[in-house]
Design a protein. Structure first.
Length: 158
């Protein structure tokens, strides 16, 4: 006789086509869809404008270093309308939290507008400025949903 052919694996709940049905139950995905650093911002007639989007940070002439962070959180249509806690962290290269925003209540049910948060930051007085990196993190319920890195210089790179 010939070689035996292995039988196909059987999966529970097979359909007539032999394929396993895909579960369409979503537990509600929430994402941070924007994380932007800027020199400043303004709001006029419920519209936010960011000025001077930053890819690096440089102290001003007086040695002060301030910037704003804009974040946008969105939930899918299955996201439950429960309270979530959001904040923005600024950490150093070793992951040590240097500064953090206030904690904000966020409610997303997928049918409403996204939730935006703008937090202003000043680097601590006496902060060592040089060739180093800062990590900016958007945190929701103690989970980092988005992060970006920015260089901090004593002068702009060209």
């Amino acid at each position: 006789m010939g070689r035996s052919v292995p039988l196909p694996q059987v999966f529970p709940n097979q359909t007539a086509t032999g394929r396993r049905p895909v579960s369409s139950e979503c537990e509600g995905v929430v994402e941070c869809t924007a994380l932007v650093l800027a020199e400043s911002c303004t709001e006029y007639e419920d519209r936010l404008t960011l000025f001077g989007v930053l890819d690096e940070i440089r102290p001003n002439g007086a040695g002060e270093t301030s910037f704003v962070v804009y974040t946008k959180f969105e939930g899918c249509e299955h996201a439950s309308d429960r309270e979530r806690r959001a904040r923005i962290l600024v950490t150093d290269e070793d992951g040590e939290v240097l500064i953090e925003s206030a904690e904000y209540s966020v409610y997303l049910d997928g049918t409403e507008e996204p939730v935006t948060i703008v937090a202003a930051f000043d680097l601590p007085e006496g902060f060592e400025v040089g060739e180093q990196l800062l990590w900016i993190e958007a945190v929701l319920d103690e989970e980092t949903l988005s992060q970006t890195v920015v260089r901090i210089h004593d002068r702009y790179s060209v």
